[in-house]
Design a protein around this ligand. Sequence first.
Ligand SMILES: NC(=O)c1ccc[n+]([C@@H]2O[C@H](COP(=O)([O-])OP(=O)(O)OC[C@H]3O[C@@H](n4cnc5c(N)ncnc54)[C@H](O)[C@@H]3O)[C@@H](O)[C@H]2O)c1
Length: 500
Amino acid sequence: MSNDMSRRSFLKKGTAVAAGLAVAPGIIMAGETPKDNKKKKKVTPPEKLKILGVGIGGRGAADLREMETEDIIGLCDVDWKYADHIFKRYPNAKKYNDYRVMFDEMLDQADAVMIATADHTHAIIAAQAIAAGKHVYCEKPLTLTVYEARLLTKLAAKHKVATQMGNQGSSGAGTRQAIEWLWNGEIGEVTRVDCFTDRPIWPQGLEKPTEVQPIPSTLNWDAFIGPAPMRDYNEIYHPWNFRGWWDFGTGAMGDMACHIMHVPFKGLKLGYPIKAQASSTPVLTDCCPSAEMIKLTFPARENLPKLALPEVEVRWYDGGFKPERPEGIPEGVNLNTDGGCSIFYGTKDIMVVGCYGNKPYLLSGRKPEVPHVLREVTVSHQQDWIRACKECMVDPDNFTRSNSDFCEAGPFVEMVDLGVAAVRLQDLNQILDWDGQKMQFTNIPAEAKIRFQIHDGFTIKDGHPTFAKTYTEPVNAREFAASLIKKQYREGYVLPDMPE
Ligand SMILES: NC(=O)c1ccc[n+]([C@@H]2O[C@H](COP(=O)([O-])OP(=O)(O)OC[C@H]3O[C@@H](n4cnc5c(N)ncnc54)[C@H](O)[C@@H]3O)[C@@H](O)[C@H]2O)c1
């Protein structure tokens, strides 16, 4: 196999597919049937889907295990040592270390793609798979940026594929119960939600390493970097710790809000925020801060039959910060359920929901019996996506979407990515106004500048504490903000165009 030839031909194909995306329908919102601008062929689904897996050494291994009812035909991981045990588990799958080569050789044969790579490569891999008409399961957070999330939402709608983000709690019984309580008006109108996680449990708040380490022979570092700017290898980035570095992850919020904020997002039909502000431990050039607080404000939304949806403030805390304890919660009760929680302040009651939507309870102690209005998922989150893929093949215009289909997960992750961007813009010392439709901050002054800490520089000199912080040169804040919303990709990585 000639890798160079394969890569070139895949990239050429990717561009051609992208060019075909000029005419497209709008976003499908959860529960809606896609507008049929172009009929997609109905096919009889195969008994077993043919699945490609990308990023298999960590969470991807667990996702694949839940997909073993199907045929795993190809696997790609940049680190053949870390992923060795998973390659061995699927000896019939062809083995790759660059997804572009695998797509070039095998995407045509596949029905679906599972993605559990480092976060910064989710969008490019998912977008290219969807543009080729493949169903996609992608781990959380779906993307690093608002633009990428919007793109995946629109591409999935245009190509009429079944999609699922890996926030498995969205298929869980707790999520269903909490949302049904909310929609039945059990806690009344909600104007405040506080959320927190006990993460990060990986390093954050670090200065960029200066040591250049040799790249292990089993690691395709260039493919790990993917669309991000190239940087020297250091073991601090991979495996697992990528989540704490801006080029590769979104810190504790991006990592965990996709689990913890899902009930607030869906249950209160949040949509786009209109304001964001954040504070944290020092904002560094490369590594996410050790602890963050973020406030997002959402305007009033259309009321539900039994629940009015007035303006609501949603706060996020991580890195050891926690929201204040709600009045009435017994002393000694730990609010941390399975990694965090969200606290809904209603006019009639307060509801606490654990991470992944687990174990919701009302502070009054009531256990409401309410009508079931949400579909019960009786299989795993991954298996429910497989069901959706097969149903989508039979009727792409009318199938039951899985619970974190990109029509919902895309807008949800836009909210999460926006909160993360606000952390990096806090040096502006202002409440940021956000225009969700246009994907723009609207009140950053044209001449405003922003800078980041490079080095702490604290030493004891001759017995005296000495402070010598160094900062980057100030950059234009509007331009920097725009780069957080839509990232520049490294050469060789091209996203399909945004459908209309
Ligand atoms: N849903 C959940 O509960 C859950 C739990 C853990 C992780 N995750 C998500 O799963 C993803 C992976 O996290 P992890 O903890 O497994 O990290 P990890 O580093 O342990 O595993 C990632 C795997 O992907 C490989 N990889 C990285 N970039 C790649 C690329 N461009 N192409 C091919 N392979 C690549 C790595 O070598 C590794 O084997 C993240 O997005 C994370 O947020 C979800």
